[in-house]
Design a protein around this ligand. Structure first.
Ligand SMILES: Cc1cc2nc3c(=O)[nH]c(=O)nc-3n(C[C@H](O)[C@H](O)[C@H](O)COP(=O)(O)OP(=O)(O)OC[C@H]3O[C@@H](n4cnc5c(N)ncnc54)[C@H](O)[C@@H]3O)c2cc1C
Length: 596
């Protein structure tokens, strides 16, 4: 049976020691009163909830999956999902970072981010129901009309209702311009939607009495492509002006997708058969409104893989200390036993440390990214909000793609630590691998994230957003220049920063004569930038650990060792990535399609 212990110590380290979030909050009028005690108490409770209520659902959810009654179109979630959700709602968890004006607790995003990570470690397929609602809340919060806000926000905040995002259709995934669902205006100002969506997460279920679908569709005569896409809110049950439920709307689950992982989450084909909806935001500007949701969801998907990396690591580490196989190459270590525990073997350690470094680096990155969201919304000055907006835009595709690629690697390595037992269902490791796989695919594949990063976020603004982060790197490098103890971290960080500048300029120049160069370099480029962020945070974490190791707290010793491992064994990957990125487009485009 797998186990899970919430990584509260590391979260406290990041929030209070590395990022000084309460110092940041003091400068934000909305969060000035949020102190360290509140944050720690909330996270401790969130951790208890994740470990004791949600974690036991993980294997059950995978085994049972969801069931559809074709006659009523009702979907039943796995045993225990509904009761856990009711407990989640009763505890007030859905509204943790929602606006108090709509019944939320108004806590910073960064606290919510840590709570979500623990839920994803506990059971990703369950945690997707409430976290998707949060994305729907964000779209309506920023783009809804006053009537839509009044009808939906309080119920999404309380968790009485959940939300979905309905973009994908059979012919349209990455390319939303191919979307065919239509929305006909009605005399009363509403719209009737007709079409079919596929792959809709949490699209139908028995957790709540209503579901708030946010649906992309086309108005009659809308321009072709993405410039003709509008966003609609389409509830499962129509909502009367007084907030009570009306008739069943014409949106229902036609089938459940059979899938590799996250089986406890209902992935639905949704039929819109004259469903009544109302327009969110401006006509034909649906993607603007949907992007609020997608950005929130992209950071959320990064956290999903962070959660899986952490729980897979914890289980693999425990197993490696227990499982006896072979002797250490340097001679027996557990002489009283018939063999040594496999943790003595260098490569088992490499697998464990890789997962650990991906978890700790990923948590630093995701926590910092969430803090940028708080600064973006609640920062004290316009300049601070603008800086945070740029940094959040830059780091969103990196958090999504780097953490999910790392999550796939880490869960696979942790499965490998278990040998054949990792392949056997009861140990739970093969489920982590299967669950982690989707995170690299949905919310825009990782290729699409890398194109967004290099094409739009970096080259699209002449490198301005990247320079903001580059400045943070240079300042750290300059500040530590004379610190001998930090040299092993600062020298490679500074070197990588310079290489990133050169690579960016080189790809930018090549892209001017051939835009395909961006597509050829983007995936390697994102990974290099992911490492630059990790190197920056590991260097800062190492600095703290060096300063505090004399306290005797083993946490700092472990942090320092993990940072050293990261710089010695993982960062060097950037050399081959840069080489591959520089090799350009020719090796990819030479092969004629008919020879594939
Ligand atoms: C379990 C699950 C849950 C999902 N949940 C939701 C949901 O809740 N709501 C929703 O709307 N959708 C959801 N999706 C859909 C998901 O977001 C899409 O599958 C994903 O965006 C990719 O679209 P696609 O499957 O059509 O692949 P395609 O767009 O056909 O892409 C196929 C391949 O081509 C590549 N490719 C495409 N265009 C380019 C390009 N320009 N340059 C380089 N490579 C390119 C892609 O990266 C990919 O490797 C879900 C999917 C699954 C499997």
């Amino acid at each position: 049976m797998p186990q899970y212990s919430p990584p509260l110590r590391d979260m406290r380290f990041l929030m209070h020691e590395l990022l000084d979030v309460t110092g940041e909050f003091k400068r934000m009028p909305a969060h000035a009163e949020t102190g360290a005690d509140t944050i720690d108490a909330v996270l401790e409770e969130a951790g208890k909830f994740a470990a004791s209520v949600v974690f036991p659902l993980n294997q059950v959810g995978d085994r049972e999956g969801c069931r559809l009654d074709p006659a009523s179109h009702a979907v039943t979630t796995p045993t225990g999902f509904k009761a856990a959700y009711a407990q989640y709602v009763a505890g007030g968890w859905p509204g943790l970072s929602c606006d108090p004006a709509h019944g939320g607790q108004g806590l910073p995003h960064v606290v919510n981010q840590c709570a979500y990570e623990m839920l994803f470690s506990a059971c990703q397929s369950w945690a997707m129901y409430p976290t998707l609602s949060h994305a729907a809340y964000a779209a309506l919060y920023y783009h809804g009309t006053p009537e839509q806000k009044a009808l939906y926000l309080a119920r999404l905040t309380s968790g009485d209702w959940t939300g979905t995002m309905c973009l994908t259709e059979a012919q349209c995934g990455t390319d939303l311009g191919l979307l065919r669902t239509v929305a006909e205006p009605q005399p009363d100002g509403t719209y009737r939607l007709r079409g079919e969506k596929i792959f809709i997460s949490a699209g139908e279920h028995d957790l709540t009495e209503n579901i708030v679908h946010l649906v992309l569709a086309r108005l009659p005569g809308a321009p072709s492509g993405t410039r003709g896409v509008s966003l609609f809110v389409v509830p499962k049950f129509l909502v009367k002006a007084d907030g009570s439920l009306g008739a069943r709307n014409g949106i229902y689950c036609g089938a459940l997708e059979h899938k590799m992982g996250i089986r406890g989450n209902s992935t639905c084909q949704l039929v819109l058969d004259g469903a009544i909806g109302s327009l969110v935001g401006e006509p034909n500007k649906g993607l603007n409104a949907m992007f609020v949701m997608m950005n929130a969801a992209r950071l959320g998907v990064g956290s999903q893989s962070l959660g899986l990396t952490e729980v897979a690591y914890q289980n693999a580490a425990a197993y490696a200390k227990d499982r006896l196989q072979m002797r250490a190459l340097s001679g027996p270590k557990a002489k009283d036993k018939p063999a040594d525990p496999i943790i003595v073997h260098p490569d088992v350690r490499k697998m464990l440390l890789t997962a650990r470094a991906y978890a700790e680096g990923g948590r630093a990155l995701a926590t910092w990214a969430a803090l940028q969201l708080d600064r973006q919304v609640s920062g004290a000055s316009a300049a601070e909000r603008e800086e945070a907006t740029d940094l959040a835009a830059l780091v969103t595709p990196i958090t999504k793609a780097f953490l999910t690629d790392n999550g796939w690697t880490a869960t696979t390595l942790c499965q490998q630590v278990f040998g054949g037992h990792g392949y056997i269902t009861e140990w739970g490791m093969e489920q982590y691998v299967r669950d982690a796989r989707i995170n690299t695919i949905y919310e825009g594949t990782n290729t699409v994230q890398s194109l967004d990063l290099l094409g739009r976020k970096v080259l699209g603004d002449g490198g301005a957003k990247l320079r903001r982060f580059g400045k943070m790197v240079s300042e750290l490098v300059a500040a530590e220049a004379g610190n001998e103890a930090m040299k092993e971290f600062i020298a490679p960080l500074g070197e990588l920063g310079e290489k990133v500048t050169k690579l960016t300029m080189e790809v930018g120049m090549k892209a001017m004569s051939n835009p395909e160069e961006v597509g050829a370099a983007a995936v390697d480029y994102l990974r290099v930038l992911g490492h630059l962020f990790f190197a920056y945070f590991f260097a800062r974490m190492a600095k703290l650990a060096l300063a505090r190791q004399s306290s005797g707290d083993p946490f700092y010793r472990a942090k320092l060792i993990t940072a050293r491992f990261y710089f010695a064994k993982l960062l060097p990957e950037t050399a081959s990535l840069i080489r591959s990125a520089r090799a350009g487009v020719a090796p990819l485009m030479e092969m004629p399609a008919e020879l594939f």
